[in-house]
Design a protein around this ligand. Structure first.
Ligand SMILES: [Zn+2]
Length: 231
């Protein structure tokens, strides 16, 4: 009986996977992960939900982090990882875990390694969705939002029924400051500078999967699935 249990647990830990998704804003990683959920079973773990929930629960670290993220500032690695350490204890260790953007700067690589050791897991793949400059500009510069209900439209992929106004309340749509081409390219340049050492590290460990995020949602998903299956 005991042998069976041991064999079962060994099998479970063998099949169980841990992936980490990353990519610049506009690369569509959340859409891809949601699509993947129709084929694979996993829990999705990101810092966004962690920051929001711990703040709502009145956790002291959650409140500290909120002072930063609520005004668009970067929550430092030490605080983020102290929170993530506690946060992970609520997830079933026998499930597949997909992390989203939890290694954003190079010093978080070692912190993430330590955390995985503590939870008896190893990272199987770092999946990076690459977005070239032209696609980033096309995706984001055509974005329009409703200042009243915050609905997001895209002039090419998801246009409003009547040109320039919100479907829900008829309010005139606006373009966010961040969505002008110059801001987009600045943001992308900064992203590329930060990500390079991270990609380098995971490439040397042979767990880097690079996916081109410029084709259609379906094509990206097909490419992603094919590359994951090779692992
Ligand atoms: Zn609206």
């Amino acid at each position: 009986m005991l042998e069976h249990t041991v064999l079962y647990l060994t099998l479970i830990s063998y099949i169980m996977f841990t992936y980490l998704f990353h990519g610049p804003s506009g690369c569509g990683k959340d859409t891809q992960i949601d699509l993947l959920a129709t084929k694979l079973k996993f829990v999705k773990i990101g810092t966004g939900e962690m920051f929001r929930t711990t703040f709502e629960e009145g956790d002291p670290d959650g409140i500290k982090a909120h002072e930063l993220w609520s005004v668009g500032k970067f929550v430092d690695s030490e605080l983020t990882y102290r929170m993530l350490d506690k946060w992970l204890s609520k997830y079933d260790p026998n499930q597949n875990w997909i992390f989203v953007s939890v290694v954003r700067v190079a010093d978080q690589i070692a912190m993430f390694d330590l955390l995985m050791q503590k939870y008896n897991r190893k990272l199987d793949a770092f999946i990076h969705l690459n977005l070239d400059r032209d696609t980033a500009i096309e995706r984001m510069s055509m974005r329009r939002i409703c200042p009243l209900c915050k609905s997001v439209y895209h002039l090419k992929y998801n246009p409003p029924i009547v040109d320039g106004v919100c479907d829900k309340d008829g309010i005139g749509l606006i373009q966010r400051d961040d969505d002008y081409p110059e801001k987009i390219t600045n943001r992308l340049d900064e992203y590329n500078r930060t990500i390079e050492p991270i990609l380098e590290e995971y490439r040397s460990r042979k767990i880097l999967i690079e996916v081109d995020a410029s084709p259609s949602i379906e094509d990206i998903q097909a490419d992603l699935l094919e590359k994951i299956n090779l692992f």
